[in-house]
Write a protein that binds this ligand. Structure first.
Ligand SMILES: [Ca+2]
Ligand SMILES: [Ca+2]
Ligand SMILES: [Ca+2]
Ligand SMILES: [Ca+2]
Length: 295
């Protein structure tokens, strides 16, 4: 294992120079069968350093599965680099599968149709521009010739593939966004009235739920307004209160109305940010623009 780590670091340096991808990770066995896939947090691009079987080993029954959460219409590329020509060459086979329990195979590739910068041989597999049909969790399987994937993540010729190391590179996946509950001007019990011309501040309550603790929000990341990307934060409350009486402590933040850039046609306010562990969050609340005064 140690040898693998050292090799991966070296490979990373060769492939990516001094600017290794931020999300690089090592394979974590056991990552098969498919329902034991290693969950990846793919943020636009990431690389996984892995070995089918053992370096120096013979034929293997090892299969490697990974999963990632993608958004509908993401255009994803799944690429093997360094399968041929690494510490031990392996002729890889890859496939993309849909969610369980059926794990329908959506795409399969043995050999790439062209050689990309991370590969020295077409035997390194590559799936280009796979359009995710829906938002959800997808699975990537890595195997070796002649063990071809089938639906459910099983393979043909199960015992005949040779060992070897490879790098799996996944690109094009939108970062995961957790939808959260917010309330603009809490206590209104109806759509919050907003006057786009006002020079005041807009209070927004970030509500905790059973699956989300608002106190984990990195307050410095918050943006709020017409598109959700407005840098309009004024300040957040020092002490947390339970604004919707569900027994959970919420967080109140105040945003500058002018910087939120609302238009008279807007019907919702959008809050975006991230938690302290880096999960992106988004909350939306219906708004009612106060009628524009007739001149
Ligand atoms: Ca493996
Ligand atoms: Ca494995
Ligand atoms: Ca490649
Ligand atoms: Ca191949």
């Amino acid at each position: 294992m140690k040898k693998t780590c050292l090799y991966a670091a070296t490979l990373s340096a060769i492939l990516f120079g001094t600017t290794a991808l931020a999300a690089d990770v090592m394979e974590e066995e056991p990552n098969q069968p498919i329902y034991n896939a290693q969950a990846l947090s793919v943020d636009i691009e990431m690389a996984v350093y892995a070995v089918l079987g053992d370096i120096g080993g013979g034929n293997t029954t090892d299969l490697d599965f990974y999963s990632f959460y993608g958004q509908a219409d993401d255009v994803v590329t799944v690429d093997i680099d360094g399968g041929m020509g690494g510490a031990q060459s392996v002729d890889t086979v890859i496939a993309i599968f849909g969610p369980g329990p059926y794990y329908q195979m959506l795409r399969l590739n043995d050999d790439a149709t062209s050689i990309d910068p991370g590969s020295t041989h077409r035997f390194d597999s590559r799936i280009d521009n796979f359009h995710l049909p829906a938002t959800g969790r997808y699975y990537v399987g890595v195997s070796n010739y002649p063990r071809y994937f089938q639906n459910g993540g099983v393979v043909t010729n199960a015992t005949r593939g040779a060992s070897g190391d490879y790098t799996l590179v996944i690109t094009g996946v939108s970062p995961d966004v957790q939808m959260i509950d917010i309330e603009v001007k809490p206590g209104n019990h109806e759509w919050a009235p907003i006057n786009p011309k006002s020079r005041g501040k807009i209070p927004v309550a970030i509500l905790s739920t059973g699956s989300f603790d608002a106190r984990n929000v990195d307050l410095t990341t918050l943006t709020f307004g017409s598109t959700g990307d407005e840098a309009s934060l004024s300040h957040c409350g020092k002490s947390n209160q339970d604004f919707n009486n569900d027994g959970r402590l919420d967080v109140m933040c105040h945003f500058n109305n002018q910087d939120a850039s609302f238009n008279y046609s807007d019907i919702e306010g959008i809050l975006r940010g991230a938690t302290t562990d880096g999960t992106r969050i988004e909350g939306r609340a219906p708004l009612k623009m106060v009628p524009q005064k007739q001149q």
